[in-house]
Design a protein around this ligand. Structure first.
Ligand code: GAL
Length: 416
């Protein structure tokens, strides 16, 4: 939890100062895309806007998952100095919309026909009171595993299909002296793993009842206790330096062959690509064992803050650029995510991206598409943070699994 609080004051000071430099023809964009792969993807957007004569005032706030960015955002808005556009996830977007802070994008949305091409699961977070209030950039999902192919081959390990096969693979790597799992010990990363572990352990019924309906019985169930036991198995198979590590450094361990697996959303693919690695040759992507039919998604969106009246020309240009089919392809190919429109060809995507697009469409039509708890698409931030605290405390050995389940029930009931 230390990571969630350090350095915020400094960040706020830095971003407030830089904000003073914005001019009318700039968009000032607050985001947390600071890793190599993320920055490469962001460049696609910057260049797109620059080609239209719109300057980009960059407001990066490091910290995967965006908690620090959201803290900076609150301070900026309180100071009466909201950025033009802000990367945002799920319930956070709706919270700002309810406060009347976001600009109405209906005009551009109608002109460009967003209603017909943006999936309903995303519209649920991009619209409020019948108004479009943010522009969806992508669809990520959290139930992926990334593996170093040479490490798996050297140890005779095939892609595990079930939790039991995954445990066997992990045990084989441990026996061979290889770090089985690359993990970054930060609350949001533990929660990201927990998304997939809960889905795999209890299936979509448990996932939905616990994380979306916040049902006490599900949160306190034996299946939830089993999910915590599985988290303990994962904890037992990370290296000793995991604490506080950034997610992209964990990805680098898999890239470099220092570890076998990382459980992480598909932004991890951006790191492999940025390092010049090829899916199927250098690395493997597969759904977390036991979640092959499900997708736990998070969609990055850019919410436009109301600058006092109508949407500015620059905000409309940014929203339009984000939703254009060519940008959706070019950006998501680099980012590791899949398009936020249903009408974009998969031709330019690699095999992991093609699978991601296919999985998303299949999950949406079979009722197996669920918002990611870890990334703010299952419940509001207060509940999400309560779950983070319990999951991370258990991961760090503060609670056994039986206690964690009880703590989870209590924490969610207080937070909701
Ligand atoms: C997620 C976000 C992704 C990725 C990740 C790590 O919340 O949706 O785009 O950037 O954090 O920073």
């Amino acid at each position: 939890m230390k990571n969630r609080k350090t350095g915020i004051a400094g960040l706020i000071a830095a971003t407030s100062l830089a904000a003073g430099a914005a001019t009318a023809a700039d968009v000032e964009v607050l985001h947390w895309w600071t890793s190599g792969g993320e920055a490469a993807a962001l460049n696609v957007l910057k260049q797109d806007l620059e080609s239209q004569g719109i300057g980009w005032l960059d407001m990066p706030v490091a910290g995967g998952g965006g908690e620090q960015a959201m803290t900076v955002l609150r301070a900026r808005v309180t100071a009466g100095n909201a950025p033009t556009a802000v990367q945002m996830l799920g319930f956070d977007i709706l919270d700002w919309a309810k406060q009347g802070a976001l600009a109405d994008l209906n005009e551009i949305a109608a002109q460009e026909g967003w209603d017909a091409v943006v999936p309903g699961a995303l519209q649920a977070f991009a619209k409020h009171d019948g108004k479009w209030i943010s522009a969806p950039v992508n669809v990520h999902s959290t139930n992926w595993v990334w593996a170093n192919k040479a490490v798996l081959d050297a140890n005779g390990i095939a892609v595990p299909q079930t939790w039991e096969e995954f445990m066997a693979a992990v045990n084989a790597l441990a026996a061979a002296g290889v770090t089985p799992i690359a993990h970054g010990g930060q609350a949001w990363q533990e929660a990201t793993v927990f998304d997939a572990v809960v889905m795999s352990t209890g299936g979509p019924d448990l996932y939905k009842a616990a994380f979306i309906d916040l049902d006490e019985e599900a949160l306190g169930s034996d299946a939830m206790q089993e999910a915590f036991d599985r988290m303990a198995f994962i904890r037992a198979n990370v290296d000793e330096n995991f604490s506080g590590r950034d997610w992209n450094l964990a990805t680098a361990m898999v890239i470099n062959g220092e570890a076998g697996f990382q459980m992480m959303g598909d932004w991890a693919k951006g790191e492999f690509l940025n390092a010049g690695k090829m899916p199927g040759t250098d690395f493997l992507c597969f759904r977390f064992p036991g979640t092959q039919d499900q997708v736990t998604f998070n969609a990055d969106q850019f919410a436009m803050f109301d600058q006092g009246g109508t949407v500015s020309k620059e905000q409309a240009a940014l929203a339009s650029a984000i939703l254009s089919p060519s940008f959706q392809s070019a950006f998501n190919v680099v980012k590791g995510s899949v398009p936020a429109r249903t009408d974009v060809s998969d031709a330019d995507f690699d095999d992991c991206g093609k699978q991601g697009m296919k999985d998303l469409a299949a999950a949406a039509s079979s009722g197996n598409l669920f918002g990611s708890m870890a990334h703010g698409h299952a419940s509001p931030a207060s509940v999400r943070n309560a779950i983070y605290d319990v999951v991370t405390a258990h991961f760090n050995g503060e609670f056994d699994s039986a206690t964690a389940v009880q703590e989870l029930v209590d924490a969610v009931s207080i937070a909701k």
